[in-house]
Design a protein around this ligand. Structure first.
Ligand code: APR
Length: 260
């Protein structure tokens, strides 16, 4: 299912004449690569592992070993994982626009591996670590498996995964860049996110407030579906390659921005 064909056509027309595009991605875009999502019934990560035990600053203080084991497990699971057609189609869209900014909540690095050139990681990265006491020391990429956990920092403290835990602020520079890309884009896309974790969830709404046409791609309705101009129902691995193809044809037919 891909939503109504007119919704798809409207999305193609908007992308066809866009110069600047911002795409917010979530766990859904990596699902077809075999990376579990967080909140899907029966299979979401937070259904299997209590988030409070592994993904909060309190957990990190109380039991850093447990937090490290969780992120080491996620790094281990990523070993056999590759980008899927959704990541690749989005990366190929780079050539269609003057600017395509991918703002991702994902920490798996799959957009970069697929070839996307401008990726802003607003929730950090599985592959980077930093000093738990903010001495400024960072290691990127950090070897897997970690030589010891928690690993020592050169300042005498320890290192932690450079991911945004629940209750922590998003990195200021990345979030500000993401907000600006959203404000300035002609088309904003929300790809495979349940849109429940803020402030990242609100980024497509910033795009809309800035006057952009906004498109959601998700097999399910989300809390923010009503705010989008078009919602395309289906997996990103199916819809993004079809959008890429259709926008290319649209441009080749002389429609889109050359006629503006
Ligand atoms: N293609 C596109 N979307 C999909 C697919 C697919 N093949 N399969 C599932 N989805 C959708 C689901 O319908 C759901 O709306 O992906 C979404 C996944 O939602 P979540 O599990 O809540 O993931 P996400 O939105 O990325 O979570 C946000 O929560 O725990 C934190 O830090 C974590 O960055 C994460 C944040």
């Amino acid at each position: 299912m891909t939503g109504s064909s007119s919704g798809f056509d409207r999305a193609v027309a908007a992308l066809g004449s866009a110069r600047r595009v911002m795409a917010l991605s979530g766990a859904g875009i990596s699902r077809e690569s075999g990376v579990p999502t967080f909140r899907e019934a029966g299979e979401g990560l937070w259904e299997k592992v209590p988030m409070e035990e592994v993904a909060t600053p309190e957990a990190l203080r109380r039991n850093p070993l447990r937090v490290w084991e969780f992120y080491e497990m996620r790094r281990e699971n990523m070993k056999s994982v590759d980008p899927n057609p959704g990541h690749y189609a989005l990366a190929q869209m780079d050539d269609l626009f003057d600017e395509l900014t991918v703002v991702t909540q994902n920490i798996d690095g799959l957009h970069q591996r697929a070839g996307s050139r401008d990726v802003i990681e607003v929730h950090g990265s599985l592959w980077r670590v930093r000093c738990v006491d903010d001495c400024g020391h960072e290691v990127d990429p950090f070897p897997h498996p970690a030589p010891e956990i928690p690993p020592p920092c050169r300042c005498g403290s320890t290192l932690r995964p450079a991911v945004v835990l629940f209750g922590e602020n998003l990195p200021i520079v990345e979030f500000e860049r993401a907000r600006r890309a959203a404000l300035e884009c002609d088309v904003g896309m929300s790809l495979g996110t349940s849109s429940v974790v803020w402030p990242a969830a609100g980024i497509p709404l910033v795009a809309k407030e800035g006057g952009a046409f906004v498109i959601e791609v998700n097999p399910e309705e989300t809390e923010l579906t009503a705010h989008f101009d078009v919602s395309l129902r289906g997996p990103t691995g199916d819809i993004l390659p079809r959008l890429l193809e259709a926008v290319r044809k649209h441009r080749a037919a002389g429609k889109g921005r050359s006629q503006e």
